[in-house]
Design a protein around this ligand. Structure first.
Ligand SMILES: [Mn+2]
Length: 331
């Protein structure tokens, strides 16, 4: 059980808060930060949101008051040091905030993690939430609802709906329970218009991104006797060709999973200093256990691996043959 009373006590006791989230933040990461920031502000707390990555353009509308700050060591190291409480949202391992992690680990602040991923690192004073939650925004919602720590009006409902809608894949993934739908109903009652928010988040693709998507889909490789394994690859060259960025490719893997035969999907994304593999699986296939073999993590049906200092072509054939073995063993 998540101890929301303790969380409320911490919020009540302390005055200055720094909220942060993982590199390349998504709508759950940012929506959770913004909802919590707004709730704490109403209690006259001093709250800064400092993120390692800048906000992706398509999610800028969520930050209507322009409060999210992009991490800059000079400007923020004192702020992070002086905070009473640092709240880590939507991540549970310090390396997910990249170069902010040193300041985070060295800070004497109370370190809170509010998150729904598995296997938290042992660096937090308190952890709230669990993988049972469909989104970090879901945890924030339950905290507010169960403790009455503020009112869920439109200002809070919009970021929470964005968080929950996106992390449940528009209310279809595994943890989309009847409770999640009841929460969605509550957020609609607070003024959220689903089609508007959905369109603001999902219909924001540049023409270049659509062309990159076309090339990437065309390049899908299928493996296994019945094409159960799907593999897609995005290179830095392709990103550059279409004037696109890493986060433009976030949804590509979900498109590959639309193929009926594909049970396990891998997306290789080239980075300047290595590469990233996103994993998706269907049913009970535990993608996160496969990710863990390479030091990655995530959820059963959606996880990720980050490999530093190696080229895709060095490891891709190995990862593919391991993935085929993994598929075979999981049958
Ligand atoms: Mn999340």
């Amino acid at each position: 059980m998540t101890d929301f009373k303790l969380l409320e006590e911490i919020f009540t006791t302390y005055q200055t808060f720094v909220l942060t989230t993982h590199v390349n933040p998504d709508a759950d990461a940012l929506g959770s930060e913004l909802a919590l920031q707004r709730i704490l502000k109403r209690k006259n707390k001093s709250v800064r949101i400092i993120n390692f990555s800048s906000t992706p353009a398509y999610l800028n509308f969520l930050d209507s008051q322009n409060v999210i700050e992009h991490f800059n060591e000079e400007e923020h190291s004192e702020v992070i040091k002086a905070a009473d409480v640092i709240v880590a949202l939507d991540f549970n391992r310090s390396d997910r905030i990249v170069r902010m992690s040193k300041l985070f680990l060295e800070s004497s602040a109370v370190k809170i993690c509010i998150d729904h991923h598995q296997f938290p690192e042992n660096v937090f004073s308190h952890i709230f939430g669990s993988p049972e939650y469909c989104a970090t925004g879901h945890i924030i919602h339950d905290f507010i609802a169960k403790t009455n720590y503020g009112k869920i009006d439109y200002e809070i409902a919009e970021p929470l709906y964005a968080a929950i809608m996106t992390d449940t894949g528009s209310f279809r993934f595994d943890r989309t329970t009847s409770d999640v739908h009841r929460i969605a109903a509550e957020l609609l009652d607070a003024g959220v218009v689903p089609i508007e928010l959905h369109s603001k988040i999902f219909d924001q693709n540049s023409p270049g991104k659509m062309l990159l998507l076309g090339d990437t889909l065309k390049g899908i490789e299928y493996y296994g006797d019945n094409s159960e394994l799907g593999v897609m690859t995005v290179t830095l060259r392709a990103l550059k060709k279409y004037n696109t960025k890493e986060d433009d490719t976030d949804q590509f893997i979900n498109m590959m999973m639309m193929c009926e035969t594909v049970q396990f999907g891998l997306k290789f994304l080239e980075l300047k200093d290595g590469f990233k593999v996103s994993l998706r699986s269907k049913g009970k296939l535990p993608a996160h256990l496969f990710a863990a073999k390479y030091g990655g993590g995530g959820h059963m049906n959606a996880s990720g691996i980050r490999i530093k200092g190696k080229k895709i072509k060095e490891l891709k054939p190995i990862i593919i043959s391991e993935a085929l073995k993994f598929l075979e063993e999981s049958k």
